[in-house]
Design a protein around this ligand. Structure first.
Ligand SMILES: [Zn+2]
Length: 173
């Protein structure tokens, strides 16, 4: 039974190829508008970052601990006077803003190019469709359709043979 299935599969492949050789060309596709995406830009860094101090702003003693440097007050003074946090502008934020501006400019440029491409394709589309239709209506198109019509019964019967051998294998195998 496996031999029957195998041979009908081979038959199916052969007739599909013979049928497929006479398919029409694909109809030209209607152009689609494409939206340019914003390129990758890293996450926005903080606008401000802590201003560190190497010395206690109250007593002037040198600070080595990271938390004290952020509080800008030493561990003894902080108990009496509390922290003296301060912030500064993060220079990296400015760098990020420039990156974002560049990414948006790049996006706009790509979009402009895509729009030109779309307009050109849209203008060309009716002509392409007309040419495609004319080719189908031509003598070669007609011959191809006839060849397809001749190849169709073999394709259909090969499919039927495949199904039949599966059914035979299932119930009588
Ligand atoms: Zn101090």
């Amino acid at each position: 039974m496996a031999v029957a299935l195998l041979s009908s599969l081979v038959w199916f492949v052969v007739s599909a190829v013979l049928f497929g050789r006479h398919l029409d060309y694909r109809r030209p596709r209607r152009p689609h508008r494409t939206v340019a995406k914003l390129g990758h830009v890293r996450r926005e860094p903080p606008r401000q970052i802590p201003l560190l101090s190497r010395v206690c702003v109250i007593c002037g003693r040198q600070l080595t601990n990271g938390e004290s440097m952020r509080a800008r007050v030493g561990s003894t003074c902080i108990k009496r006077y509390g922290p003296r946090y301060a912030h500064q502008v993060n220079p990296d934020h400015g760098v990020w803003v420039a990156e974002m501006v560049r990414a948006r400019a790049d996006q706009a440029e790509r979009q402009a190019r895509l729009n030109v491409e779309f307009d050109r394709a849209t203008a060309a589309y009716p002509g392409l469709v007309a040419a495609w239709e004319a080719e189908r209506a031509s003598e070669t198109g007609r011959l191809r359709r006839d060849a397809r019509r001749r190849a169709a019964p073999m394709l259909v019967s090969s499919i039927a043979a495949c199904l039949a051998s599966v059914v035979v294998a299932e119930f009588f195998g």
